[in-house]
Write a protein that binds this ligand. Structure first.
Ligand code: ZN
Length: 290
């Protein structure tokens, strides 16, 4: 079986593709096109690619693989049925491998006059739309009155990768948006008569509880040490930035919340909740106050 490129390439190609396509798609399309255009009939084929992701995706193909990989695999399958041997070899990019360098320099010659492949991979369209819709949500939020009320909200998508379950998810979302049910919050919605903390005589909201309340001074010292917070006087945003720095910090924080009397295990009610006339939230995460 001779897979060495004993004869020079019959040709070369250089295409433009739609910018929505990912780099991964571009690499796979190049292999696709090479099989169509550059292959000598009835000869075995060796394809060199510096795209490790494309080759490993092809190697580990499954029902869930990207469509473009499935199409490439189908093409390879047809070629194999025609008794053509096809081998792939990964080569490091930008390392002086002469054919790779040549392919690179051809790619750089692309211009508006290069032929255009009018095809966008569905996965790339979806990921673009996803990105776009998050951008729109973010922009709308920044323009809305809630931005003034709540401030900048860290990316909930980052933290939801680290949380263990839906209850923790909801808890962190409420912490981030300062929507833990506290006397201070309920007072803002006219659901509670007295917003102040009985110990400190300050507005008893989640920010007070976590950052200031004397009741929790000792718990705070321990938490601050665990979260590597040096300054005793920090803002809510700074606390969040430490909490959301990594999975470990987030879990430490979630586990410590019960010592601040913030209930995460029984989000559907607690012993003190009878003192509230009505909850604005169907499933409140409660702060236990006296
Ligand atoms: Zn207090």
């Amino acid at each position: 079986m001779n897979m060495r490129p004993t004869r020079p390439l019959r040709g070369q190609f250089c295409y433009r593709i739609h910018p929505l396509n990912s780099v991964f798609t571009a690499e796979v399309l190049a292999i696709f096109q090479a099989l169509d255009e550059l292959v000598v009939p009835e000869k075995d084929i060796l394809i060199l690619s510096d795209s490790f992701s494309a080759l490993s995706s092809l190697k580990n193909i499954s029902f869930h693989s990207p469509k473009v990989i499935q199409r490439l695999a189908a093409k390879i399958h047809i070629r194999k049925n025609l008794n053509q041997n096809i081998a792939f070899l990964w080569i490091p990019g930008h390392s002086g491998v002469s054919w790779n360098e040549k392919a690179d320099s051809i790619a750089k010659q692309v211009s508006e006059f290069s032929p255009y492949i009018d095809w966008i991979v569905s996965e790339d369209i979806l990921s673009h739309l996803k990105k776009q819709s998050f951008q729109i949500i973010e922009e709308n939020y920044h323009k809305s009155k809630y931005q003034l009320l709540i401030g900048n909200i860290p990316d909930i998508l980052t933290s939801s990768k680290w949380t263990g379950n839906r209850v923790q998810d909801r808890l962190i979302a409420r912490i981030i948006s300062k929507l833990i049910t506290t006397p201070g919050l309920l007072y803002r919605f006219n659901f509670h008569l007295d917003p102040s903390c009985r110990v400190c005589n300050e507005i008893n909201d989640i920010s007070h509880i976590l950052l200031k309340c004397q009741k929790y001074a000792s718990v705070r010292v321990i938490l601050w040490r665990k979260l590597n917070i040096v300054s005793a006087n920090i803002t809510y945003d700074v606390l969040l930035s430490h909490v959301l720095a990594n999975k470990n910090q987030l879990l430490i924080f979630v586990q410590t919340l019960k010592y601040f009397d913030i209930d995460q295990l029984h989000p559907f009610g607690n012993k003190c909740f009878g003192s509230i006339v009505y909850s604005p939230f169907r499933r409140p995460l409660n702060y236990h106050w006296d």
